[in-house]
Design a protein around this ligand. Structure first.
Ligand code: NAP
Length: 324
């Protein structure tokens, strides 16, 4: 168990001004839907064009004008392995700037609660599985996304530092792989699950008879529907007040082979699947230990099959406007 965990129900005022940074992204949009469904009536949003969070002066001006009581930091430069290894400077620099500006501006306004979102890639490449929160900073990172991970680790430490220096009950959450509506389905920058959905759906609609996936299909990964993630975020904001980041996941993993099968079934693909074993598999297993989250009273609810079927529907319906 993580030391200093604190569970204390502290409901948020439903009319409190809540700034969701990155509200058009997959996570930010799910959080906005969940907040609205739970009675929040004063959700503050700005598109990237309206407010570039790497612009420190503009970020401070926005906070001075709107004085958010609650802040969710879901704005970030996000991408899969290819984007991370091709543009490491953008990943470290933009993410550091976004989070430092938002957290500093929120300190100036003494925002009462803040949730910083990171990612499971903050943990050492060879961390024991399932990965517990206290394995942070105990070993070397996966080199392909170390720039991004270091930015996220800096965010966790900044949140912990604000807790110490200003006694504000801010927290951080580290989600596992997420998927769902508004995901990024682009060929070059997407994560594994939306990439599989796109590949199998394209094959089905074009009548292609063979789909080839990278690697052996043997690595095990964990996937959480973004609506579950949004529910976990509100739950943590209202119930958790501890310095440790909290892992957010299902606690269950699947082989990529199994996930590809579920996706193929969801899009009615009847052709063959091949595995290109000349391509790297990556780490054999990545599963978060979610004991701390469970102890706080939250568990994932959306089964992977249902979540994938719903995401396929969303992808097909929103093909024209989705990130493809
Ligand atoms: N997706 C996952 O599987 C996953 C897993 C673990 C953790 N997370 C974490 O969850 C958070 C959100 O991820 P996501 O998947 O929702 O990403 P996303 O869909 O790419 O959304 C990111 C959002 O941030 C905005 N943004 C980026 N740079 C900005 C800037 N300089 N100023 C203002 N807004 C900016 C983007 O706006 P534009 O699109 O207009 O640029 C977008 O709305 C990230 O911290 C990520 O690390 C995601």
């Amino acid at each position: 168990m993580v030391a200093n965990a604190l569970f204390a129900p502290r409901p948020l005022e439903r009319d409190a001004p809540v700034f969701v940074a990155g509200h058009r992204g997959m996570v930010g949009s799910a959080i906005c839907r969940h907040l609205a469904a739970n009675g929040f009536g004063n959700i503050l949003t700005r598109t990237h064009d309206e407010l570039d969070l790497t612009d420190r002066a503009a970020t401070f001006a926005f906070f001075r004008e709107t004085r958010p009581a609650v802040v969710v930091v879901a704005a970030a430069r996000v991408g899969g392995i290819l984007a991370n290894s091709t543009y490491p400077v953008d990943f470290i620099s933009e993410n550091l700037q976004i989070q430092v500006n938002v957290l500093d501006a929120a300190v100036e306004q003494r925002s009462e609660r803040l949730l910083f979102l990171g990612s499971s890639c903050i943990y050492p490449k060879f961390a024991d599985q399932p990965i517990t929160e206290d394995s942070l900073l105990t070993g070397a990172l996966e080199p392909t996304n170390d720039a991004y991970a270091i930015a996220k680790i800096a965010g966790i430490i900044q949140v912990q530092s604000v807790r110490r220096q200003y006694q504000l009950p801010w927290i951080s959450a580290m989600p596992t792989n997420l998927y769902g509506p508004h995901d990024n389905f682009s060929e070059n920058t997407s994560h594994v699950l939306p990439a599989l959905i796109r590949r199998y759906d394209d094959a089905t609609s074009s009548g292609q008879r063979v789909v080839t996936n990278w690697g052996s299909g043997a690595p095990r990964r964990e996937f959480l529907h973004v609506d579950d993630m949004a529910s976990a975020c509100l739950h943590l904001l209202e119930n958790y007040d501890g310095p440790s980041q909290v892992n957010v996941g299902t606690g269950v993993d699947h082989t990529i082979h199994e996930v590809a099968r579920i996706v193929a079934d969801a899009v009615d693909y009847t052709g063959e699947t091949r595995w290109d074993t000349s391509k790297p598999d990556g780490t054999p297993r990545k599963l978060l230990d979610v004991s701390l989250l469970r102890e706080s009273g939250w568990e994932a609810r959306i089964p992977l099959q249902d979540g994938i079927a719903e995401t396929v529907d969303w992808y097909r319906t929103h093909h024209a406007s989705a990130r493809v």
